[in-house]
Each structure stands twice: as C-alpha cells, then as structure tokens.
Design a protein around this ligand. Structure first.
Ligand code: PLP
Length: 453
C-alpha cells in the first residue's frame, strides 16, 4: 500500500517515537507498516511479515477481525462517548465489568477501568495506598517489585519497573519503590549445582528479607508479572509463586499480579496467576482484553481490598475521561466472547500451545541457541556463543540486535532484549502458520550465526 506521501520523511520531520534512539531512527528512517490481516503485517512495499509478537504482546485474535470492527462500529453509532464519573454508567462498562469478573480468580470481582497498562498500574498503586489509609495503617506505603520487572512507563509505573535504563534519565524511581534480586530466572541467575526449587526459594527469601529490612508495618504490597515479560521473558522457577504468596500472607502484604501480558489466554488460562497457582488481591490487565483494537485496561480488586473503598465516606477520586470508554468496552466484550467461542482458553488454545512449544523445542539443536523456554503461547530463546558454558557474544545485546534484523528481513517479527529473543504470536495462529513461523526463525538464526561467526 504505497502512498504518494513520503511517510518516512513526514515521520522523520515531526515524530518522536516511544523507546527509540532518535538520531539512529532519523538516519535509517522508520519501518512503515500499512496494513495487517490475520497473523500477518504488511509494510509500505507490500512485504508480508509474520507477526511473531502479536503487535506488542496484545493482538490475541489476530488482525482485521470483522466481529471486533462491528462491535466498535455499533457502539460508536449507539453511544459514541459517555463517561463513568459521578454515579453514571453505560451498558458497555457494566457488562464488561461483569464479564471480566467471571474470568478472574474467585473473589477478584470488583473492577475499575483505565486506558493503558501503565494507567492501570498507576491506579493500582493509588488504590493500594488508599486501602491502607482507610485501614488506619498509613505507614504501610512501600511497594516491592523485582529487578528487570516491566510495569509500564508513567512516573509511578516506571518507578515500579526494575529497569534502570528507563529510570535514571528521568530521575526515577520515586521513593517508596523497592526492587529485589535475584530476578527469578533460573538459566541466568541459578548457581551451579543449585536446584530450580532451591533457586526459587532463594528468590522468594529475597522478598522476606526486604520486608524485614523495611519493617512489615511499612510494606503495602508486592507486585509481580506471573511471567516476567518485557524485561526478558523469564518463567518463574518451580515453587516460586506459592512461596511468594505464603510470605505476603505471613506479613499482611497485598499481593498484586500484573497481568498486562499474561492475561486473556496468553499462558493457557485466562490469567497467569491461574497457570502458576496463586491468588492475588489485586490484578492489573490491558493489551489482550481488547486484542489491542482499542485502548482499555482494568484493575480487579478482591473483596478485602474493595470493601473499605466501597464503604468509605470519601469518594474514590480517581479515574479518566476515557475510563471504560463505550467503544473500547464494546470491543473488549466481543473480544472476550470470541476467546471463549473459539476455545482459545480451552481445547483449541491447549492444542495450539502444545504444538507451538514442541516446535520451539526443536530450536534447541541450533548452534546459537543456549536455551529455549516457554509457556502457553510465549516463547524465548537465548543466543549464546557457547552452548555448554553459556558464554555470550560480546558486546552484550549485539547478537539480539543482529538476530532481530535478520528476522525482519526474513519475514518474521521477533523481539530482542539483550540476547534473549521472544515470540508471542496471536492466539489464533494455526499449526501451518506455526510451521512457517519456526521455519522463518530458523532461517534468521542461520543468517545471524553466519554474520556473527
Ligand atoms: N505491565 C506490564 C506487565 C506490561 O508488560 C506493560 C507493557 O508491556 C505494562 C504494564 C504497560 O502497559 P502500557 O504499555 O499499555 O502502558
């Protein structure tokens, strides 16, 4: 879909992109994606690229689904906008709150809306502080997170994240945010001879140590992604989450599961906490709730947290003009219904995940691949120079950038963080498309190996 307008020139002249080094971008010019269908995106030259990342981990149903277009169109015609402030609701927001509460784990059935994952995270922080104020424990304000966590990019969400590159340049993190290590990623941080279970207990003990250091009376909550996503797609070691839950209960710390990536079928269940066997007090969700077709996010609270807020004499003075926007909510409702109707959390999802994971494993034999790992429709591989010693290519991150470039050239989107490559395809991907995906990835790995050797 080549247009007469030079999009690259326009973009270079006026557009500052998220998470980009601008002088590089302006030298090379951006890649222009003009349309998309199913699991494929197309650039301005009409080149077809298999989107192995579902956009930014969000397009659960693939691109161009007419049902979602119809849901948005109907809502836009019926109620193009109305807000949820001052004791007002819409059928869309009310139905969506009900539908989400049917999918969340038992008890997490009080829902409030926002527009992005970061806004939901920000809101959750405020509601946690508000909860402890209402409970007469205003000193409980510290929030503990993990090194390499990603929770978004607003001032508070970036503070909660454990990624120094997005903090220091903005004078973050704010006070009250604490980060513990080691990051629960056995391949990278497990000691020689340490079992995965012992490693999990060491990671969880870091939480207990931090709580005791700060004083349990000062700690409000622990926040974690069930599978750590944007910081490096790291799966929790065996036994990790139940131990984290036990520690939170022991010290009366709220447990918050940030489900922005893991929610809506990504790990095989509706939510990642269900896959990993823990029940949080608070959940944040976004992305897959609308398959990325509309910006919408939500916070789910359990009765314990919601009850003092519901009974408070003060108003919950928090929310946004577009919280639970009717068009976005209509799309979310239809999206969740379709995930159900298509069996994406259920038989079809299980079969697709099984096939995807078995194909991912076949890359273990590649000379560049130190480890493959995954759950549901998430997959990662580590690029190494030496498979036995896990030695990396120098400088760190270079192999990832090279591989990402070869992926695009070959016709598949993979993301890189350092030398870790990720896959997160749409949940509707077929087995034939999975075959194509892994053929393309293997070709890109071969090209990467040739360039690095
Ligand atoms: N939380 C998690 C776990 C995420 O992965 C992300 C984004 O990737 C966010 C929050 C922020 O979401 P958004 O980019 O919609 O603000």
């Amino acid at each position: 879909m080549k247009s007469n307008i030079d999009i690259k020139a326009l973009d270079n002249a006026h557009h500052l992109h998220p998470f980009s080094t601008h002088h590089e971008l302006r030298e090379k010019g951006p890649r222009v994606i003009t349309h998309a269908e199913g699991v494929y995106i197309y650039d301005e030259d009409g080149v077809r690229i298999l989107d192995g990342m579902a956009g930014l981990w969000c397009v659960q149903l693939g691109y161009g689904r007419q049902e979602l277009v119809d849901a948005a169109t109907d809502a836009m015609k019926t109620l193009s906008y109305y807000n949820l402030f001052f004791q007002t609701t819409t059928p869309y927001a009310a139905k969506l709150a009900d539908l989400i509460s049917q999918k969340t784990p038992e008890g997490l059935d009080q829902i409030t809306f926002a527009c992005s994952g970061s806004e939901a995270v920000d809101g959750a922080i405020k509601l946690i502080w508000y909860y402890w104020n209402l409970k007469g424990k205003p000193e409980k304000k510290a929030i503990i997170s993990r090194e390499r966590a990603y929770h978004g990019s607003t001032v508070a969400a970036a503070s909660l994240s454990g990624l120094p590159f997005m903090q220091g340049i903005f004078d973050l993190p704010l006070p009250r945010f604490h980060h513990i290590g080691p990051t629960p990623h056995y391949y990278e941080y497990g000691n020689a001879g340490e079992s995965e279970h012992d490693f999990a207990m060491r990671c969880a003990k870091a939480l207990e140590d931090k709580i005791l250091e700060l004083g349990p009376e000062n700690v409000a909550a622990f926040a974690g992604e069930p599978v750590m996503g944007a910081g490096g797609l790291m799966l929790p070691p065996e036994g990790y989450w139940p131990e984290i839950e036990r520690i939170c209960r022991k010290y009366d710390i709220l447990l918050w599961s940030d489900e922005v990536i893991c929610g809506f079928g990504r790990t095989g269940e509706w939510f990642g906490c269900q896959t990993y066997g823990f029940t949080p007090d608070i959940m944040t969700m976004a992305k897959g709730v609308t398959s990325g077709y509309q910006p919408l996010s939500a916070i789910a609270l359990n009765q314990r947290v919601a009850e003092p807020i519901i009974n408070a004499d003060t108003e919950m003075a928090h929310g946004f003009t577009y919280s639970g926007h009717p068009v976005a909510a209509a799309v979310a409702i239809r999206n969740i219904e379709l995930i159900d109707e298509l069996g994406l959390v259920g038989p079809r999802g299980e079969e697709t995940s099984r096939y995807f994971q078995s194909k991912l494993k076949t890359l273990d034999d590649h000379p560049l691949v130190g480890q493959t790992r995954g759950v549901g429709l998430l997959g990662a591989l580590e690029l190494v120079k030496n498979k036995e010693t896990k030695e990396r290519f120098a400088p760190g991150g270079h192999a990832g950038v090279v591989c990402r470039g070869h992926c695009f050239e070959t016709g598949v989107v993979m993301r890189a963080v350092g030398d870790t490559m990720f896959l997160c395809p749409p949940l509707v991907i077929t087995n034939a498309e999975i075959d194509e995906l892994f053929d393309l990835v293997r070709t890109a790995l071969d090209k990467t190996a040739a360039e690095l050797s």
